[in-house]
Design a protein around this ligand. Structure first.
Ligand SMILES: [Zn+2]
Length: 184
């Protein structure tokens, strides 16, 4: 599992390995815990024959500088396909990542930018059929409005193995209600 580290304002900062989370606990950096699930790490044995252990929460908020990391996740196909739930936004069918492509809604050859709001997940067939045309010109309306993920949505995109309580925390801050499922 990965632990979701928040800053003291409760905003996601990074996904960390349990060992890294343990280090934060040991340094007294953990201010509060929000996770419902926990994992227990076992350490060494002391002279009295007692083994040290540390229980970690799945969501921890830590002291330190508050940094805005909302702009740090670049557009890449893995996140794009996950944003669109591995559905082709033209034909509506679900595909495996290897069959999907990044379609530029306004084609790049026509000045369309490579940014979240101008890209859609498309199967190879639809992308080819659309060619260097806009959806209107190709008569291929988009099935969903492409959006730029907010901070919480980005943290969802970054981790494929999100625990239920972590998902509940993140999704309560999603910019829109979506029927996001775990990746294909
Ligand atoms: Zn398609």
């Amino acid at each position: 599992m990965l632990v979701l580290r928040l800053n003291k304002a409760g905003m996601p900062q990074e996904w960390v390995l349990p060992e890294e989370a343990a280090r934060l606990y040991c340094q007294d950096k953990v201010l509060f815990e929000l996770g419902a699930t926990a994992c227990t790490l076992h350490g060494g044995w002391n002279n009295a024959g007692i083994r040290s252990e540390l229980t970690l929460s799945s969501i921890i908020a830590c002291d330190g500088k508050v940094t805005d990391v909302s702009g740090k996740v670049a557009l890449c196909n893995r996140y794009l396909f996950r944003r669109d739930d591995h559905l082709c936004l033209y034909c509506g069918q679900r595909f495996s990542p290897g069959q999907l492509t990044r379609d530029h809604i306004i084609p790049r050859s026509r000045g369309g930018q490579d940014k979240w709001t101008n890209v859609a997940t498309a199967c190879g067939r639809c992308n080819h059929a659309k060619g260097a045309r806009t959806p209107e010109e190709a008569n291929m309306p988009l099935l969903a409005v492409p959006f730029r993920p907010n901070l919480y949505e980005r943290f969802y995109l970054m981790n494929r193995r999100i625990l239920a309580d972590q998902m509940a925390f993140l999704s309560s801050h999603f910019s829109r209600q979506r029927n996001w499922q775990e990746g294909v």
